[in-house]
Write a protein that binds this ligand. Sequence first.
Ligand SMILES: Nc1nc2c(ncn2[C@@H]2O[C@H](COP(=O)(O)OP(=O)(O)OP(=O)(O)O)[C@@H](O)[C@H]2O)c(=O)[nH]1
Ligand SMILES: [Mg+2]
Length: 253
Amino acid sequence: MGRNIKTNFSYPRGNFPRLCLIGNSNVGKSSLTKLLLSHPKWYKGKVGKTAGSTVRLTIINDPKLNYHVIDLPGFGRMIKLSRSSEEFIQNQILKYLRLDRNNIFLTLLVIAVDRLQDELEKWYFKNENTIPLSIEFIQYFVKNEIPCLIILNKIDKLNKFQREDIKKTFFNVLSDFNIEIDNSKSKQSVLDVIECSTKTLQGIKEIKQNIKEISSHLQLENYDPRSELLNLPPINAKKKGKKGNQTTKSKNN
Ligand SMILES: Nc1nc2c(ncn2[C@@H]2O[C@H](COP(=O)(O)OP(=O)(O)OP(=O)(O)O)[C@@H](O)[C@H]2O)c(=O)[nH]1
Ligand SMILES: [Mg+2]
């Protein structure tokens, strides 16, 4: 039976710009996070071969960056965890996005291209009714006006023809859902789609460049300079009867 991890999910506190990496389990979020830091030593989380390596929200405070990097756990099946833990984690991710909505200046939606192929084929060629999860994420970001870069990771796993194929299908599906790419760096929606490999480092420079451009607009004087990475008590601490523990105050309720 899978491990149960229903406690100890903590959130970053204070107002500070945050870059979030989100996506299914095992797509390479943590591997990419490491590459986006000034030095991988600032990353204290785990990169693993099986889905469910990151089960907590990992907050990275790289002294050379003027924002925090948040490596989120993955959505979906996690071999090492129980079903109820998976659901718990998913709810916590959504809750975090809601709570920290005003601080998140950019999300990187990481998608593994080898998995995307299956997902899109179901939708596009077999006419199955399930909306691909990656599309659901994108719709969520668009609806909530959270700027998002789509990262097509593990591109090294496909050959040239497969790459062209998957991109074509992906853009067709995006247009089926009326999702537009707007790289004018406006404040909302999908800004770009970038192919990437954390193995060959393809696309990493481009991602960094995008983040740099977008983060350069941050008006840091609007943020709390003393903002620290304090761990809050678990969000479900109330159940244990500690009423006063819930110190998080959502600015956007
Ligand atoms: N071939 C290939 N493998 C990759 C790439 N990026 C990550 N991986 C591998 O994919 C596996 C999962 O990587 P992680 O970075 O832990 O993925 P994650 O999305 O953080 O996973 P969770 O924390 O479980 O949600 C590891 O074995 C990585 O080495 C890539 O670009 N190409
Ligand atoms: Mg991870």
